[in-house]
Design a protein around this ligand. Structure first.
Ligand code: ADP
Ligand code: MG
Length: 222
């Protein structure tokens, strides 16, 4: 079943704090995948890499070092400016997998979050050329944010595999996103009371295992 997922997935979101790291952790635990966060800002408050390492319990070798770590809790372009760091995405490539069949890459913020004075996460998605999963909140406001994000992803030619809705299930919002967005909601992740290697793997099994995403991808990436 694991082989049915593509070798690399880029996890983006409709906003910051929508659950990109939690969804990444579910995929890392469920697929025993490697993880890479190319640009981390707000590192003073902890990094997503450290959080996923702790919650999945996987060894260090599953985690690739961030290309840019910024201390300030700001948009990467602003944090980099304050810290005198120049982010250069033109040469960025995904790290080579060391031991797993899968690599999960987590963006920063949303699709139009600036990385430099002229470039955003959208440019990084194009540069890396990796299929995308869009994480969205399940509740009020998500339809507009998700449809706008999908529109941008399609305009830049990204390969959008589906939307992951995070939060208490909301069938009406799901239906609106699928219909207006002409996209598949490939998983709905409810609140996880206690995040642990076991609950992450269990969430993967219950939310992703039977999703059409895996079946579709198996046809496209074989
Ligand atoms: N399904 C969930 N169950 C439990 N906690 C969640 C869930 N989704 C998000 N959270 C919590 O909400 C916060 C924001 O999620 P996070 O994954 O860090 O967002 P992002 O990476 O998009 O900024 C974190 O504290 C995270 O642990
Ligand atoms: Mg995150």
């Amino acid at each position: 079943m694991n082989s049915e997922f593509p070798p690399a997935l880029f996890i983006t979101g409709t906003d910051t704090e929508v659950g990109k790291t939690v969804v990444s952790a579910i995929l890392v635990a469920g697929l025993t995948a490697e993880y890479w966060k190319p640009v981390q800002s707000g590192a003073n408050a902890g990094t997503d890499t450290a959080w996923i390492k702790e919650k999945t319990g996987l060894p260090d070798s599953f985690f690739h070092p961030e290309t840019y770590i910024l201390s300030h809790f700001l948009s990467p372009h602003a944090a980099a400016f304050r810290e005198g760091i120049r982010i250069d995405i033109s040469a960025m490539t995904a790290p080579t997998r060391r031991q797993s069949s899968h690599l999960i890459i987590e963006g920063a913020g949303g699709i139009l979050t600036p990385l430099t004075e002229t470039e955003t996460i959208a440019d990084l998605i194009i540069q890396l050329h990796i299929p995308v999963l869009l994480v969205a909140r399940s509740g009020l406001g998500t339809i507009n944010h998700t449809l706008l994000s999908l529109e941008k992803l399609r305009r830049i030619g990204a390969d959008v595999l589906g939307v992951v809705m995070n939060g208490p299930q909301d069938p009406e919002n799901r239906k609106a996103i699928e219909t207006f967005g002409n996209i598949r909601v490939c998983a709905e992740i409810g609140p996880i009371p206690e995040i642990s290697p076991e609950s992450l793997s269990e969430t993967f099994r219950s939310c992703f295992r039977l999703c059409e995403l895996a079946l579709d991808i198996s046809k496209r990436y074989r």
